[in-house]
Design a protein around this ligand. Sequence first.
Ligand SMILES: Nc1ncnc2c1ncn2[C@@H]1O[C@H](COP(=O)(O)OP(=O)(O)OP(=O)(O)O)[C@@H](O)[C@H]1O
Ligand SMILES: [Mg+2]
Length: 383
Amino acid sequence: MAVTKEQVLGALGAVSAPDGKPLPQAGVLSDVVVGDGKVFFSINVDAAAVQRWEPVRKAAEAAVRRIAGVQSAMVALTAERAPAAGGAQRPSPAAGRGGPGAHGGAGARGGPNAARAPEGVKAIIAVASGKGGVGKSTTAVNLALGLRDIGLKVGMLDADIYGPSVPKLLAIRGRPQTLGGTRLLPMDGYGLKVMSIGFLVEEETPMIWRGPMVMSALTQMLREVEWGELDVMVVDMPPGTGDAQLTMAQQVPLAGAIIVSTPQDLALIDARRGIAMFGRVNVPVLGVVENMSYFLCPHCGTRSDVFGHGGARHEAERLGVPFLGEVPLDIAIRETSDSGRPVVATDPDGAHAAVYRAIATKVREQLGGRGPTRPAPKIVVEA
Ligand SMILES: Nc1ncnc2c1ncn2[C@@H]1O[C@H](COP(=O)(O)OP(=O)(O)OP(=O)(O)O)[C@@H](O)[C@H]1O
Ligand SMILES: [Mg+2]
């Protein structure tokens, strides 16, 4: 029998808020989303009281997991209201400026608000762009597979909470298993360990996420998933360079970022914004990838530079960040990507797979021994 919202609220009645009230009566619960044995909701509390609420969050999660038919439960603590004067410091996007420099492993990088990297994860890299639809997710997935091909243990975290696309790109169905009822096991996609909010929430569920809830979900996907030993975790970022992305870049302990851009001028302005954003949180830019760089006619083999090929390379040179490679605009990339058969996995001997592997090799060089090159340059972006 399907689990109902009423059952969830009933079970939560046995969990007490810090003031002793049953949780459903404490006025802190978000809407409860229930679908296919998966339950998700948030507890919205004062930022200053977050620590007192953490045991409540855990107890709520445990209570929900005990309901027959519940496969997984994810309860996020959100702190939306301003903290009391003199209370705990609220994370603010500006807090990254002038923050401490990075030392050592992945956990030390990212902004001052960054969570620690999960134990065993050596480096976390973000694939980002200023603009939507430039091929971030396609690049992230094929790059992850390229890194796998050159012998690394690779994980993928889909941080696009609003429009998770990694499950589809890697044709992963079903839901993650839990370990001891508390930790989630990542799913497998072509040998990558994968976690996405898409596994936990129904595709049709409207994604009315508020900023802090997104942060909490993201931190949980980092910390409460059994990632095991990974050489690198590739994070597919949502589009844009607004506060949400900035905060996200601060929260995830990033070793570096890769910016995807198409060659057009407008896309390049957005790419510059992306680079500037990582500069603000002291995350090194590992390089720029030019996607949909040129078009090879499948019939006659003629090459045409539809979007003005080379723009991203020039921009990278101008800004002093590495250029990682050019990926052609090709129907095969779109078709394989959109049907969950990424080209690196399904046509490993083809020219496209070679392009992505070459990019992966450069990324590994950037991450290798001496660590990522330098922090992203501080760029002032004209509005
Ligand atoms: N090199 C390419 N050649 C042909 N099609 C491509 C290429 N790269 C991406 N695409 C196609 O472009 C579309 C957008 O790509 P993708 O979803 O990877 O972009 P995105 O930047 O992650 O988008 P969003 O901002 O929505 O997250 C998809 O249909 C994808 O298959
Ligand atoms: Mg995407």
